[in-house]
Design a protein around this ligand. Structure first.
Ligand code: PMP
Length: 293
């Protein structure tokens, strides 16, 4: 899909315009310096799932990236709902992006204005692979909070993921596992990672990952269904001994992993099935925040 040909409307700096006419300059600051932050929000039956959690993270990300603005939760929420209606999206995705204008060709941003665009489209699952996905290991480590504000969902934090994903694809893997600078498990190119061993669920701490909204939802689901969840720093050999592994993300939802390099894992794990069942219930309820689970 060439997103330049997206049908429907895009919200661009306070106006709903035809998607094909929603243009920014090739000399835009955020294109050259990746100085933007964004969100990905799932729409189920016309309702954006965990909307408040996504808006909170978007506003936090823009603050961290010093993107001065007066957008607030009410403004964002109102225009997201309006866009979903205008574009008649039943099941799909919303992509708000906050970026800088074209008033600088250097990291100096004094004259740049903060701008916003919100797009939406009907979209199936990211992987949609019921047989589980395959992963290899990225040669680059994931950044951590001491090097880069990884808690922000910012365009800049994706470069290593993009390169690693290209390399994984060349080797015929679906995705790649990223380790942190101390060789602990971090996450995949665009999803958080969990695994199950002896009926206990494990996931990494947040110092070198994006703290996904779906990750937070899954941790809360585990509490609800009394599944023990341990959060810590774990090395690759621990992960490779897991009974089952899965990724989480807005688009991927709960995605089992079939193999990491040559190591195979159970994709029919009962624990993963139970988590998926609960997640489906939450999708139907259209909860606004992961803390409502
Ligand atoms: N980690 C990274 C690097 C991501 O890009 C994403 C979002 N695709 C996630 C984790 C999952 O976050 P969420 O559940 O909020 O979509």
């Amino acid at each position: 899909m060439n997103f330049e040909n997206l049908k429907g409307k895009i919200f661009l700096n306070n106006r709903f315009v035809e998607s094909r006419k929603a243009k920014i300059s090739v000399l835009n600051h955020s294109l050259h310096f990746a100085s933007s932050v964004f969100e990905g929000i799932g729409i189920y039956n016309k309702k954006p799932l965990f909307l408040n959690s996504h808006i909170d993270r978007l506003l936090m990300s823009s603050k961290i990236l010093r993107l001065k603005n007066n957008f607030n939760a009410k403004f964002l929420s109102k225009n997201i709902y309006k866009l979903i209606t205008l574009n008649s999206i039943k099941n799909g995705y919303v992509r708000p992006i906050i970026y800088r204008s074209s008033h600088s060709m250097s990291p100096e941003t004094k004259n740049c204005k903060t701008q916003i665009a919100i797009a939406s489209w009907a979209w199936p699952k990211l992987f949609g692979n019921s047989e589980g996905i395959s992963m290899t290991i990225s040669k680059y480590p994931k950044l951590n909070k001491k090097i880069y504000p990884i808690e922000a969902k910012s365009s800049g934090s994706y470069q290593i993921s993009v390169i690693s994903r290209v390399d994984a694809s060349k080797k015929n893997f679906d995705d790649c596992l990223m380790l942190d600078i101390n060789k602990n498990i971090a996450e995949s190119s665009a999803c958080n990672i969990f695994w199950i061993k002896n009926q206990i669920m494990y996931t990494p701490k947040t110092h070198s990952i994006l703290n996904g909204i779906t990750r937070q939802a899954v941790i809360n689901i585990a509490k609800k269904i009394k599944l023990n969840c341990k959060i810590g720093d774990y090395k690759l050999n621990t992960l490779l001994k897991a009974d089952a592994i899965f990724l989480t993300g807005t688009a991927a939802e709960i995605q089992p992993v079939r193999k990491i390099n040559r190591h195979n894992f159970n994709v029919n794990s009962k624990v993963i099935q139970d988590l998926k069942t609960e997640y489906e219930k939450i999708k139907r309820l259209g909860l606004k925040s992961t803390s409502n689970i």
